[in-house]
Design a protein around this ligand. Structure first.
Ligand code: SAH
Length: 211
């Protein structure tokens, strides 16, 4: 559809203007049809630069935030990436364009089932997913070269640092109402932290709900 293409191009131009300069990140965003990840009532806004509601009171992140986080992760094509907070699956699908395999964890089973159906229908085969408390990570698959958390934690989850390879990068929003996007690099004897700016995410919640 020509109209959709024009909207995608407009969105990419806006992301560039707002500081997303990494061409691999931009082309991954260009390739993943965001309209397949949003709920029907919001279809006409799929390529607007805004967060949109999904089921279970959650949101699919704003494209600018997806771009910032993806760019800050510096993913390359042989890497294993862990995502906490699958949600719609959009961020995982973007990362899947750039790395070897994405492992993604979601605490709401119904969201995960819907995201897995999207991956199948888009023929994205390098995403492995499960229901669980993502703050515990995925020890059987660790270490990860990159970790992205798409829900806001109060503190950096220690089990995730443990599962990050030395030299690896983790990007996550930290804080309660006022949140800051941070980029953590695991060093030989600890972590280095860099602040990327203010953001708003849904909270990281402990445990898995009954559904
Ligand atoms: N990356 C998503 C954004 C989803 S919003 C996307 O691209 O659509 C954040 C998601 O994190 C929500 O779906 C929420 O249910 C999930 N979440 C919150 N706490 C969690 C936890 N402890 N473990 C796993 N998922 C969690």
């Amino acid at each position: 559809m020509a109209a959709t293409e024009a909207r995608i191009i407009r969105l990419l131009m806006e992301l560039r203007r707002q500081g997303i300069s990494d061409t691999r990140t931009l082309s991954a965003i260009e390739r993943v049809p965001r309209d397949r990840f949003v709920a029907d009532p919001f279809l006409d806004q799929a390529y607007e630069n805004r967060a949109l509601p999904i089921a279970c009171g959650q949101t699919v992140s704003q494209p600018l935030i997806v771009g910032m986080m993806t760019q800050a992760l510096e993913v390359t094509d042989r890497m294993k990436v862990l995502e906490v907070g699958t949600g719609s699956g959009y961020q995982a699908a973007v990362l899947a364009q750039l790395c070897r395999r994405v492992y993604t964890i979601e605490r709401h089973k119904s969201l995960l089932v819907a995201a897995e159906a999207r991956f199948r229908s888009l023929r994205i085969h390098n995403i492995t997913s499960k229901v669980g408390d993502g703050a515990r990570g995925w020890p059987e698959q660790a270490p990860f070269e990159r970790i992205i958390v798409t829900a806001a934690a109060h503190d950096i989850p220690p089990l995730l640092v443990e599962q990050l390879q030395v030299g690896g990068i983790m990007v996550l929003p930290l804080g309660d109402t006022e949140q800051d996007l941070v980029r953590v690099v695991r060093t030989g004897d600890g972590i280095d932290i860099q602040h990327l700016g203010g953001v708003r995410f849904v909270p990281l919640v402990e445990g898995v709900p009954e559904e």
